[in-house]
Design a protein around this ligand. Sequence first.
Ligand code: GLA
Length: 736
Amino acid sequence: MSISFDAEKRTFELQTQNTCYQLSVDRTGVLRHLYYGKRVGGTNMRYLEKCCDRGFSGSPYDFQTDHGCSADLMSQEYSSFGVGDYRPSALAAVLENGSRSIELHYQDFEIEEGKYIPEGLPYVRENRDAVSTLTVRLLDETAGLEVSLIYSVFEEKDVITRSAFIRNQDERSIVLLKAASFCLDFPYGDYDLIHFSGRHCMERKPERTKLTQAVTVIESKRGMSSHHANPFVILCDPEANEHSGHCFGFMLMYSGSHKEEISKDQAGSIRLTVGIQDEGFSWTLSPGEAFQTPEVILSFSDEGLNGLSGRFHRILRENVCDQRFIGRKLPVLLNSWEACYFDFDLEKLLKLADESRDLGIELFVLDDGWFGSREDDHRGLGDWYANEKRLPGGLNRLSEEIHARGMQFGIWVEPEMVNENSDLYRKHPDYVLKDPGRKPVMARNQLVLDLTRREVRDYLFVSISRILEEAKIEYVKWDFNRSISNLWTVSLPAERQGEAGHRYVLGLYDLLSRIRKAFPEVMIEGCAGGGGRFDAGMLFYCPQIWCSDNTDPAARLSIQRGTSYGYPPCTMGSHVSAAPNHQTGRSVSMKTRGITAMAGAFGFELNPVSLTEEEKAEVCEMIRTYHSYEDLVRHGVYYRLTEQEEPFTAWEFVSQDKSEVLVSLVITHLEANSAFPYVKLRGLDPERQYRMEGMEGDNEAVEPLSGAALMYGGFAFDALRGDFPGEQVYFRALQV
Ligand code: GLA
């Protein structure tokens, strides 16, 4: 059993293969955090707790002579507002008498086999893992507020999930003002914070900062996890790098507004709280009602950032993403967006399809513009029926034509949105989120539908189901193209409007669950103007997410690299697009475009009709190459071989049995007469011999090389020339 309780010391210990987490009830009845990190051989870590009387840090009434016994100084498992802990609170609430103090004391606990499932929310699935769950019940007797802290332990994967379940046991209402998923204190030590910020077309750039005595806030208020601040943060040793050092990762499984607060206090101790954004949030708990926070995935590695990423990749791939899609080969797709945008008719699409098939493409995806009056982005959103003028015979005919060419068929939808110029809006102007008496903020000429309402979700479920039933469709790209504003819903009374943001996200999850259940074989790829909703919540429903609207390989290298800290490459939609690139105007060779796109869920986003014969041959070859590496990319262990600031970017996939290795490299800052690009490979079997296969040129390394040589001696690429030149090398272990 990975969870134990020492009754004498009132200490819980959660153990995974390499990590341990301890919490303990102190003599005042408060649940203290003791330790999280590398295993400590069964030692109770309370010995590190030192009391000291610091000015202006008060003590509980019954312990006032007991100097240093202060909520402000002790590590907490779930901090609350108003009772002497002045660091960020996990929980804040207002009682019916106006009091805003919440004081939680330990009640009891339960340890069970199996994974806890938070109702209505995405979660880490148990699948075939041995999982145990600890629930510790805390109570504020005066308020009648009960908080259950839930910990599920994935022993073999070095992962713990946490969430909180908050119930009103009183006869009066309680309004939650903040309900974070968890709080974690690091009483000692110096840590760097790494977070992933960005903007549309430039998502998830790692930012590394030193923590100072301040509160650092990473947040989104956009109603989406956002391009701007991903709900994933890392704390690591200041000296930690890609390959060594202690690193902790925290990933919120949530797709709406979120907040991560990282504080360093007067004594240098660090606190992290992660959860739903509290600005604009409130949630009324009538007597007996409960609130479930989203789940957070925690992991630790003492093998640097790559070690930490590996743990997140594994848990997301094997326990979050739908195994139906992870386990199978996925077709190479062509998406029509950058091929023709809104400018198409049936004839043009069939020409694209013919050319695509000839290149070896297996799935044809029709992007925006096929429905209602949608001939540009000013109209038609919300009207989910084919535009017969453009597509005579509708989707059914097009789908038949595509299937007759031996390809699968997919479509784009943006179900959560509506244009004012649409039949849906004319009929149901009340279906949108919009505060009364105010003109709404417009973005991309569209408004957001009120997914807090069951009838709106029903309309969308019926509309999307009709499309999926009428034509044979194997793939859906589910888009979301604006931030939410003017959040007000007719479904809630004035005093409950603070619930709208979270209820929207619950509504989205409900809609996605219903569609997944009704059409389990249809792959849904998530998208939000590219990677604006790239989070573990969406991955629960969509095993693949369009990583960015920026398809320029030079930019994509950095976007995909940033994304890879938390998310596995097989979840990143990644396409070869045209040169010059449509977002940046930069021209990069077909080879480098292919190498970059192969670091994810591979596809195309260009017009094959306009390719030269030479380019077509290159694409055919590229698709063949991809098929030979596909399993390695989807299921292999991924390593970033270079640090962020190097003149080239290199990465590696190693198969789980260490018998195959693919190393890719792109030079981003080429200099004349420079050193050969050189890397040390990772994760090979030092004892085995590896033979390099399929590399052009007269490289001398034709003799097999030992895994040890490649890892400790390294590998030098030939000198490369040109704009963003790239190369791939593949090694196969010799049979023994
Ligand atoms: C978003 C997506 C694009 C494309 C367009 C269509 O921007 O990210 O890939 O689907 O919408 O309008």
